[in-house]
Ligand binder design. Sequence first.
Ligand SMILES: [Fe+2]
Ligand SMILES: [Fe+2]
Length: 193
Amino acid sequence: MPLKAVLEGDDRQIMLKAIGSKVDILGSGKGEAYYYLVSDLLENDLVLKMKDFTQHGDTSCFQHCLNVSYYNYKICRFFSLNARAAARAGLLHDLFLYDWHTYKPDKGERLHGFTHAETALKNAKENFYISDLESDMIGKHMFPLNITALPRYRETLIITFVDKYCGLLETVIPRMKKVGKKFRRTEEVRRSA
Ligand SMILES: [Fe+2]
Ligand SMILES: [Fe+2]
């Protein structure tokens, strides 16, 4: 059943949000224009499969891709660049579909950080129509770690920054929340003593 249909059932409680954003992507209003560009991807089983794999800390690969996609879209739209490609490539940029924490490269194979962009691009091309621009964005999002994969478009350069920025948020925000929770609990105990 399509994701939207599931989420729009009688008991619709789930919201889809990018990290640090209040916009419900599945709701009407601010998230609608973005949702319209990626709805087919959000309802695709392969894309949803990314929920099974962890990217950073408590963040799934799906949520990470959604974060990158949403902010990539916002920034590219702000600069009048190709916001559609930004949203779609962002959602597919880490479509490698394995747990990279336990992944062991074969002999002679390079580490995950150097190979997963190519794997994601291959998976994306096998399952969706991918434009040249989207291909550049997915295949080169690990620049400058992958120094030979030089971005050809401004949108590609942007995704390299957005990807790292989201990775940072996904690592830092949950930790800050945990520290905040601990602090509040300590305060409550102190006040009630
Ligand atoms: Fe990546
Ligand atoms: Fe990523």
